[in-house]
Design a protein around this ligand. Structure first.
Ligand code: ZN
Ligand code: ZN
Ligand code: ZN
Length: 369
């Protein structure tokens, strides 16, 4: 059953065990997804150092600027706080709190160089490693709370998609449809909108097209790829629609191929399958249909607190899929100068080893007005 609040202490205990197992003395995390994962504290990075110090002996402290201490106390009351005032040296403080137990120091993957370099100096000679060596496996296997949060985000994205289908498309710009999608995501319970890609006509052939001023017209295909965050957890869905009743034969054919490719990805995804095997299964359908060289990206990416995280479904990734892993399955075909088609859902490996789509919105080539 989904719980109201994850057990950050359990997560920290697992991270502590990994620190010890990997020969690390401490984990230093500046604001970002790992810090949020282990503490529930969400704060924007700023020029003042905020840093969780989690030691292999299990002690967890947060170095924080004095002015942030009240906010930290409110969102993570169980954590020991060590605040510093404007004239203190927070790097020396963090280094001291890391302790003198021998071992490497793991540092947040996305910590700013402006923090890493003085920390490195303060840690005089200790070897630094990336925090993902500790957190990656933990975050890749979503717990009950996270699975429920991801499902809720995907369901909200599904509802936004269903609602955009009743909007008029012809005569409006991509930007207008993008703004509409953003509003719908918020209306359906997202607290953040991260992207709204609206790739109409030839623009659909650029997978990450910058939604712009192109005016949509009858006969266009439109790639709609959008997502955001709900309580920290991300949604990401793509459907390709068609404007007006008459569908060009090749547009229909390409859509059918992508749809079968996505189904093949689902059929391959299960506990114990390699990440690359899902990519291979999706890719084989597109290759066989003769469009292989127009499928120009990996089949999918993990998702959770970040829009893109491990595991990546890409050739060469032999990582085995496990219960709790959530990822996109999103094959596409991009015909330069003409149009593109992509279909994307978020899927999760269940405890019984099977895959379940978190997105349930219809995959059909929908017609919009
Ligand atoms: Zn993408
Ligand atoms: Zn997407
Ligand atoms: Zn995606």
């Amino acid at each position: 059953m989904p719980t109201e609040r994850p057990s950050f202490r359990d997560r920290r205990d697992r991270a502590t065990a990994k620190l010890a197992a990997r020969g690390c003395a401490a984990l230093l995390l500046s604001p970002g997804p790992d810090l949020f994962y282990l503490t529930g504290y969400q704060v924007f990075p700023s020029e003042r150092l905020t840093c969780l110090v989690l030691r292999a002996d299990g002690r967890a402290m947060v170095v924080c600027p004095e002015l942030e201490a009240p906010r930290l106390a409110e969102s993570a009351p169980d954590l020991e706080r060590v605040s510093w005032s404007e004239t203190d040296d927070p790097f020396a403080l963090a280094a001291r709190l890391a302790g003198d137990r021998p071992g490497d120091i793991a540092i947040a993957d996305q910590m700013w160089a402006a923090f890493v370099l003085p920390l490195e100096a303060a840690l005089s000679g200790r070897r630094l490693r990336v925090a993902s060596e500790i957190t990656r496996e933990l975050r890749a296997r979503k717990d009950g709370y996270e699975r429920a949060a991801l499902r809720a985000a995907s369901e909200a994205a599904d509802r936004a998609y269903v609602r955009v289908l009743s909007e008029p498309f012809a005569g409006r710009t991509e930007r207008e449809i993008g703004d509409c999608l953003a509003g719908l995501l918020r209306a359906e319970g997202h607290d953040e909108v991260n992207f709204t890609i609206v790739g109409s006509g030839p623009n659909g052939a650029s997978p990450h097209h910058d939604t712009g001023q192109r005016r949509i017209s009858p006969g266009d295909t439109v790639v709609l790829d959008f997502g955001g965050g709900r309580k920290g957890y991300r949604s990401d869905i793509t459907r390709t629609v068609h404007v007006g009743a008459s569908i060009d034969r090749e547009q229909q054919r390409v859509h059918d191929v992508v749809r079968r490719s996505q189904e093949a990805g689902y059929a391959a995804a299960r506990e114990g399958a390699t990440a690359e095997s899902v990519d291979a299964a999706s890719r084989a359908v597109i290759d066989e249909a003769g469009y292989g060289r127009f499928f120009i990206h990996r089949t999918g990416h993990g998702i959770g607190l970040e829009g893109h995280e491990h595991p990546y479904l890409v050739r060469g990734n032999r990582e085995l899929l496990e219960p709790g892993m959530a990822f996109s399955i999103e094959p596409g075909i991009y015909l330069e100068g003409r149009f593109g088609v992509r279909i994307e859902d978020i899927a999760i490996i269940d405890d019984d080893g099977s895959v379940t789509p978190l997105n349930q919105a219809d995959h059909a080539f929908a017609t919009v007005a």
